[in-house]
Design a protein around this ligand. Structure first.
Ligand code: ADP
Ligand code: ADP
Ligand code: MG
Length: 472
């Protein structure tokens, strides 16, 4: 039985995992860099150990982390998302040292982390993939030939990419020539691999992904889908479960397809199968993420299943605590990634001291975060500092509740993406539940709100000042 877990992460996801441990009676061990000494995960864990003065090196050192787990008597490691969560080395070292890795085995992480290998596995399993190159393209000439075969526009992608980086659209050969070296150097810098491949660029697709849970006993279940089409620069900002854009037939189809994909690769633990849905209703496999995802929360809200606890039980060798037939999603849930970025200034990062923090509450509101009043948000990590998760019975309920919750939230001393989300919530197309990954670029007016709003506010302020002056 797992009794003590080391959490190889920081921020809100570390706090999320600590909460799961606390509810299961499992001791939690945090690790932290010097820059994170005052972070919430350090305060909330049962034990906490500094793993180095450097901001990133400690969180990225699998040997050091597993040593720490062994020394402190842990029997498992939860990697969270980002950092080493999709690093097969960490999973491999864990096995060697007798520590359970809360995730799939190293071979699967390795295979699915390579997008071309994942595509091959899916083709073999009869899962439709986006048309694209057969494996990696190894030089510019090959890229040009493959692009001609696939047809422009194409997406040039880093084979081991993630987090929306290392992806460029090329509309013609000239653009492909221009971007080829750029993507290779981006990929090398960000992912330590120069491998790239290309896919047909699907115009204005919907990003639909399916949450999977699989145990060691051959049970694979899906927890329905999430719609992550609201993106900026291929990065998700708002996620919705279930998708308001699918019919029940499509929902059943995609759920079963994801289960087939997971079974085909012998998957274990929590994972996500990502698809693109075209205008004409085709689903294409895009990639598989072999870890807990940032937006796992909304699936928890509609299904009532605690995905992190389920991950821990699976790693402990237990069967899934539910059957597919027992999963009945209820209502809708929507997650907003609260980033410390200034939407009216081209999303310029805005780190620094949080002078004031007030969390919204009330019916249907869940906040996953590691911030608190007085916390100094360090510039070395993700700009996402909180997740606001709103649930309701209907799509309209969720929209209205989201407006209210975001309006209640206060983060003093930094700029956030909240005003941008309020604009999206006011958009009629969004309210009608009709949007694709082109939504944000198609609506430049969404970031003009600050000018509009300050005029309104000015007018109100002037009216108020005059009223006060004349003694009203
Ligand atoms: P999700 O797929 O859960 O929606 P994101 O794509 O937003 O998550 O990524 C979550 C975090 O993990 C981000 O900090 C991102 O930069 C990081 N990340 C994701 N994939 C990789 C990768 N292949 N290499 C390095 N970091 C990654
Ligand atoms: P990451 O590993 O960074 O998450 P993905 O392959 O999942 O990369 O792609 C991230 C996003 O980029 C998708 O959600 C989608 O919006 C866009 N994208 C990726 N591939 C394509 C494609 N072939 N056509 C159109 N959009 C794409
Ligand atoms: Mg992805």
């Amino acid at each position: 039985m797992i009794k003590k877990i080391l959490i190889a992460n920081r921020g809100e996801i570390a706090v999320r995992i600590i909460r799961a441990c606390a509810e299961m009676g499992i001791r939690s061990v945090a690790i932290y860099s010097e820059a994170d000494r005052f972070s919430l995960h350090v305060k909330k864990a049962d034990e906490a150990y500094c793993i180095g003065s450097e901001e990133l090196a400690g969180y990225l050192n699998p040997h050091r982390i597993v040593n720490q787990a062994v020394e402190t008597g842990c029997d498992a490691i939860h990697p969270g998302y980002g950092f080493l969560s999709e690093n097969p080395e960490l999973a491999r070292i864990c096995v060697q040292r007798g520590i359970r890795f809360i995730g799939p085995d190293a071979a699967i992480i390795h295979a699915m982390g390579d997008k071309t290998e994942a595509r091959r596995a899916m083709i073999a399993a009869g899962v439709p993939v986006t048309p694209g190159s057969d494996g990696n393209v190894t030089d510019l000439n090959m890229a040009l030939l493959e692009a001609d075969r696939v047809g422009y526009p194409i997406m040039l992608k880093a084979t081991s990419g993630g987090g929306g980086r290392g992806i460029r659209r090329c509309d013609n050969a000239a653009e492909l020539r221009q971007n080829y070296q750029r993507v290779i150097s981006e990929a090398t810098k960000a992912f330590g691999s120069a491998e790239v491949f290309l896919e047909k660029c699907i115009i204005n697709p919907r990003h639909i992904e399916v949450q999977i849970l699989a145990d060691r006993h051959g049970n694979v279940a899906h927890l329905f889908e999430r719609d992550c089409s609201i993106q900026r620069r291929n990065q998700k900002l708002i996620e919705i479960a279930p998708s308001p854009q699918l019919s029940n037939t499509q929902r059943t189809y995609i759920g079963e397809l994801a289960v087939r994909a997971a079974k085909a690769v012998g998957y274990e633990n929590a994972g996500t199968v990502e698809f693109l849905l075209t205008d004409t209703g085709e689903f294409y496999f895009m990639e598989m993420n072999t870890r807990v995802q940032v937006e796992h929360t909304i699936t928890e809200q509609i299904t009532g299943i605690d995905i992190v606890q389920e991950q821990i039980r699976i790693a402990d060798g237990e069967p899934l605590s539910f059957t597919q037939e027992e999963v009945h999603p209820q209502g809708f849930a929507m997650q907003f990634r609260i980033n410390v970025e200034d939407p009216k200034n081209d999303f310029l990062p805005s780190f620094g001291r949080l002078t004031r923090y007030y969390a919204p509450g009330g019916p249907g509101v869940r906040i996953d975060t590691a911030i608190y009043t007085g916390y100094e948000i360090p510039p070395y990590y993700d700009s996402m500092v909180a997740k606001v998760i709103v649930s309701g019975r209907t799509w309209t309920d969720v929209i209205n509740r989201s407006r209210r919750a975001l309006n209640d939230m206060v983060l003093g001393g930094v700029r956030t993406t909240i005003p941008f989300y309020q604009e999206i919530l006011n958009n009629p197309e969004f309210q009608a539940g009709e949007f694709n990954t082109g939504f944000i670029p198609a609506h430049p007016e969404l970031t003009n709100y600050s000018r509009k709003r300050s005029q309104e506010e000015n007018t109100l302020a002037i009216v108020a000042a005059i009223a006060a002056h004349v003694g009203l």
